[in-house]
Design a protein around this ligand. Structure first.
Ligand SMILES: NC(=O)c1ccc[n+]([C@@H]2O[C@H](COP(=O)([O-])OP(=O)(O)OC[C@H]3O[C@@H](n4cnc5c(N)ncnc54)[C@H](OP(=O)(O)O)[C@@H]3O)[C@@H](O)[C@H]2O)c1
Length: 303
């Protein structure tokens, strides 16, 4: 398949998806798209009131949508564990895990687990969540794990000497590092699935280009005002930005595929397969990052 058209995707009735950060932006559009395809969607959000509003909005468009709200804070390992426990007590299968939630360029802070906030919410929380749900995902035929990366991965480096930016914090560098980590994780997870002989569960990755969402909330007001002048030229809607994620989730894809907008510099445009930097494909760094992540989140993935 060289194009993706949600309308042409068959019904996904009977299948279950978790979308993290589903209350707004790309996560909301992704959840809406899946609901349109009759999937059961778990809206995994940290704020229940916001999630309720999102649920109402989805129901306005898809009155028979099968939606469930479950609370998760991806920046807290114990909250991720609590979410996984609640999910596994209720469901025996999981067809799609969409690791979407994220935060960009906040002021420096360390979480109570000792992680820099962006690394915590964007990367480590999802690393742990996937590990905790993996057995159930593997037991579900044709299941997928979708990681959200960004164009920002291109300027990212995994700084093992100061992974949590304790010595020096650059908000944008930490964001880029977290999004590079998500991408490297998506590739490494696929490699590990293959080594373990799992052919019906795959890991795919997506990025939305530059999408008009709430992600810029921590960018200074003056910069946002300036950017808003050029916004129509250099960004697209959240709905358009969610198309690569939806393709990675329910379109024709192979393990390790990376989807994004295919217009100028992948900023916007129709979704398609895209490439990533040589660094993002470095297997040694990915292996080291995996090992460090298992150690820091106290989980040992079992394939
Ligand atoms: N927009 C873009 O141009 C762009 C570009 C590249 C990549 N991305 C990636 O796309 C993903 C979605 O971003 P977006 O643009 O849709 O941003 P958004 O509108 O700000 O939505 C982010 C979502 O993540 C949730 N979230 C943040 N921290 C969380 C935490 N600790 N625990 C649980 N949920 C948390 C937010 O919840 P609250 O509403 O409660 O804050 C919200 O639901 C992110 O991974 C981002 O890095 C976006």
């Amino acid at each position: 398949m060289t194009t993706f058209d949600l309308d042409k995707i068959p019904s996904q009735k009977g299948r279950i998806a978790i979308v993290t950060g589903a209350n707004i932006g790309l996560g909301f559009e992704t959840a809406l798209g899946l609901a349109k395809k009759e999937m059961t969607v778990v809206l995994a959000c940290r704020n229940i009131e916001k999630a309720k509003l999102a649920k109402q909005d989805i129901l306005k468009e898809v009155p028979n949508a099968d939606l469930e709200i479950m609370q998760i804070d991806l920046s807290k390992l114990d909250a991720v564990r609590a979410f996984a426990k609640t999910y596994l007590e209720k469901y025996q299968t999981l067809d799609l895990l969409i690791n979407n939630a994220g935060v960009m360029v906040p002021p420096f802070s360390l979480t109570k687990d000792g992680f820099e906030l962006q690394m915590a919410a964007n990367y480590f929380g999802h690393f742990l969540l996937t590990g905790l749900l993996l057995k159930t995902i593997l037991a579900t035929p044709n299941s997928r794990i979708v990681s959200l990366s960004s164009m920002a991965h291109r300027s990212g480096k995994i700084n093992f000497d100061d992974l949590q930016s304790r010595q020096k914090y650059s908000a944008i560098q930490a964001y880029s590092q977290s999004k590079l980590a998500c991408l490297m994780y998506g590739y490494e997870l696929q490699r590990r699935l293959e080594v373990a002989g799992h052919t019906t569960t795959i890991s795919t990755i997506a990025h939305p280009g530059a999408s008009h969402t709430n992600l810029g909330q921590h960018i200074p007001k003056w910069a946002m005002t300036l950017f808003s002048v050029f916004m129509p030229l250099f960004s697209h809607s959240a709905k358009a930005g969610a198309q690569p994620t939806l393709w990675a989730a329910i379109g024709v894809a192979e393990g390790g595929d990376y989807f994004g907008p295919t217009g100028f510099r992948e900023i916007k445009g129709k979704p398609g397969k895209v490439d990533s930097t040589p660094l993002s494909k470095d297997k040694d760094i990915a292996k080291k990052l995996w090992e460090v992540s298992e150690q820091l989140t106290d989980i040992s993935y079992s394939f």
